[in-house]
Write a protein that binds this ligand. Sequence first.
Ligand SMILES: C[S@@+](CC[C@H](N)C(=O)[O-])C[C@H]1O[C@@H](n2cnc3c(N)ncnc32)[C@H](O)[C@@H]1O
Length: 262
Amino acid sequence: MIKTIDFAHLYRQHLARSGRVFKPASDWDSKAAEMRIKVLESTYATEFIKRVSVSPTDTVLDVGCGPGTIGLALAPQVKKVYGLDYSQGMLTALEQNVTDLQLTNVEPILASWEDSWAAIPVCDIAVVSRASIVADMDSALTKLNNHARKRVYMTHLVGGRFVSREIAELLGREDTSFPDHMYVLNMLYQRNIYPTLDYIESPSRLAGSTNANELIEKVAWSFGELTSAEKEKLTQWYKQDPEYARQGGEPMRWAFLSWQTQ
Ligand SMILES: C[S@@+](CC[C@H](N)C(=O)[O-])C[C@H]1O[C@@H](n2cnc3c(N)ncnc32)[C@H](O)[C@@H]1O
């Protein structure tokens, strides 16, 4: 029965309901300078790299590479890294980082998920870090499987980034989380591919308040104006477990999927 469910269709329906908007490349261009250095040494990147296994003869395709968060960390351990991104600003940031790090085995590729990948090199490993919100996941998975001879490593946001699932539930607001990895797991299963699943956690975007009012401000920033009843619920929630509330509740969670392609 599970083999006949159209998960690609369900994915598209859920994506539409989640309210995610597809950003044009120019939106990412304007973020590139800010992201260029900040993301390279994040705990997230360290946790991602820890889970990747490569050998010195491997070639790596980093899809949605941004300024090189994952690809540049892998470059010293492999033969060659191709950084694919549709934002020229991100690729310029990647090239600046390549120069700063004195790397000689990184090549940028200006292309998108949606383009034909006929001219994109087939590599040993494909990595996709925080760059997999696509309209057609089925075709994205086909592209990855055809362009990685050995293994794919991919992360997906589990809950809402700015809008916490837990707080949405507390306030009775709509939960707009889009756990796209659940669809990916099923689509891979239908292809007789059995990925491993693990999670990378980082602090909630609501972390860092020192009292209930500060938390209310943070929540209002992401949820919009709050009613006095909602503020009261948040105050009670804060009082129940102030330490947990100071952390902003549950952490931001990335699903880390990895599978063998052969
Ligand atoms: C959140 S950033 C992640 C960058 C990097 N992989 C990381 O983990 O820090 C998302 C990246 O995906 C790229 N991207 C978004 N949509 C894309 C698309 N349709 N085709 C190619 N790249 C895309 C953006 O330009 C951006 O560099």
